[in-house]
Write a protein that binds this ligand. Structure first.
Ligand code: GBH
Length: 445
């Protein structure tokens, strides 16, 4: 193997946390077990035409049954931290009322298994699998759902207590807004811009109410998990500069500002107009709730945008197997340094970054994902430059630990460090996993 560069060429700070990430619906399967209710992703993926090949998360990587084996893989990799999400409908089948103990027990076993292996759990409360019953009651268009989320969060805080050192509230509210309510490629599959931005407000409110519940009943640290995108103007024109700035408002500041500054970005509010449901949906006190102090900010970076004067995103860098992803490692540096510059020295963790590759299991039993190795090496190096520039980055989680259900792309896109043969559920460490183990051991490249 020539993957390993000279040891110590790029050393991360002592104690830097190396991790990997997953989410419940994407890996667990066991869709009908132990009292789990249905989520909007069950409904969506079972609706013909919604996902590639009609794929669903019914079985996924069967992690619900194979979690002990997966914990051993994490230990073999040498992970310091594992980011997973908790399935709301496992904890409350209909999203309200008494907790389902069997659902909570699964996460207790998982968290205990992490501690036994010296791996720090990082739990996301919501990674898109809203209980279907709450969707039937209006979903995130309903302000009440934010309060139901806080109740759910409190149940989880009480059940897992001090065994989870880092909590994340809502994974990528923007993706719910854009893919769930604008483009419609994700559950609940709507195309309603006016609803979309009200949904953004209620997701922010859910975040803030969960932070309040955490201060009252939780332990450890808590923060939001935002996917951020540097937005570059495609030329030197003032039109392109303006378009990039507004796009930055919709992609980044609409999510960062309410939480970290207690204000919505005025350019976005102006662009939406005074009659938008977002503007009309903001009540007195909401922004104080939303901007309750957080302990850290989780950043997820996949791709930049490059915008011409019309605001059209134009391709500039090579794309991955995911057509939306342009590979631009400097974007990692740009977004981390920007967040620190504009929002102060809040502790940062990268909770997702990764690449899909068309992996196959070779006749010799290996999986050669050289492109993933190169991608991660370049992005780790960019993060290292950001740390050297003073960014308080404390950990980095690769998306993803395992190949899994990639939402509307189904099982076609493989994002894992670990290959999953879905026929047998056999796990095989890819070349990138072996390489990552060396990175972790060396604390650098
Ligand atoms: C993350 O989203 C998710 O948190 C994670 O669950 C997911 O598996 C991972 O990234 C990899 O995708 O259909 O053309 O409208 C990343 C942000 C937002 C990127 C939605 C893809 C769909 C573009 N994603 N977007 S499109």
């Amino acid at each position: 193997r020539t993957d390993a560069p000279p040891a110590g060429a790029l050393r991360f700070p002592p104690g830097f946390g190396w991790g990997a990430a997953t989410s419940a619906y994407q890996i667990e399967g066991a869709a009908k077990e132990d009292g789990r209710g249905e989520s909007i992703w069950d409904t969506f993926s079972r609706t013909p035409g919604r996902t590639r090949n009609g794929d669903t998360g019914d079985v996924a990587a069967d992690h619900y049954h194979r979690y002990a084996e997966d914990l051993d893989l994490m230990r073999d990799l040498g992970l310091h931290s594992y980011r997973f999400s908790i399935s709301w409908p496992r904890v409350q089948a209909d999203g309200t009322g008494a907790p389902n103990q069997r659902g909570l027990d699964f996460y207790r076993r998982l968290v205990d298994g992490l501690h036994e292996r010296g791996i720090a759990p990082m739990a996301t409360l919501f990674h898109w699998d809203l209980p279907q019953a709450l969707q039937d009651a209006g979903g995130w268009e309903s302000r009440d759902v934010a309060h139901r989320f806080a109740d759910y969060a409190e149940i989880v805080f009480r059940a897992l207590g001090d065994r989870v050192p880092v909590w994340l509230t809502v994974n990528e509210p923007k993706t719910v807004v854009q893919n769930g309510y604008l483009v419609g490629h994700h559950a609940p599959g709507r195309q309603d811009p006016d609803a979309a931005y009200l949904v953004a407000h209620h997701l922010h409110l859910a975040h803030g109410l969960a932070v309040a519940a955490h201060r009252a009943t939780g332990a450890g640290r808590i923060g939001p998990a935002l996917n951020l995108h540097p937005c570059y103007p495609a030329d030197d024109s003032p039109e392109a500069a303006r378009a990039a700035r507004l796009h930055d408002g919709y992609e980044n500041r609409l999510y960062l500002d309410p939480i970290l500054t207690g204000r919505y970005p005025q350019d976005v509010l102006d662009d939406l107009g005074p009659d938008s449901r977002l503007v009309r949906g903001i009540r007195d006190g909401d922004l104080a709730t939303i901007s309750a102090p957080v302990d850290l900010l989780a950043v997820q970076y996949y791709t930049p945008y490059y915008l011409d004067g019309d605001g059209t995103s134009i391709p500039r860098w090579p794309t991955s197997q995911a057509p939306w992803q342009q590979i631009h490692p400097d974007g990692m540096y740009d977004i981390l340094t920007r967040v620190t510059r504009d929002y102060g020295p809040i502790p940062l963790t990268v909770t997702e970054n990764g690449l899909p590759t068309p992996d196959t299991l070779g006749a010799d039993g290996t999986v050669d994902d050289a492109r993933r190795v190169a991608f991660l090496r370049d992005h780790f190096a960019a993060a290292h430059r950001a740390v050297a520039a003073g960014v308080p980055l404390e950990s980095y989680h690769v998306w993803s630990l395992l190949d899994n259900f990639e939402w509307d792309a189904g099982y076609d896109e493989r994002w894992g460090l670990v290959y999953v043969d879905y026929q047998t559920q056999q796990r095989v460490l890819k070349r990138s996993a072996h390489w990552y183990r060396q990175v972790i051991a060396a604390n650098g490249l």
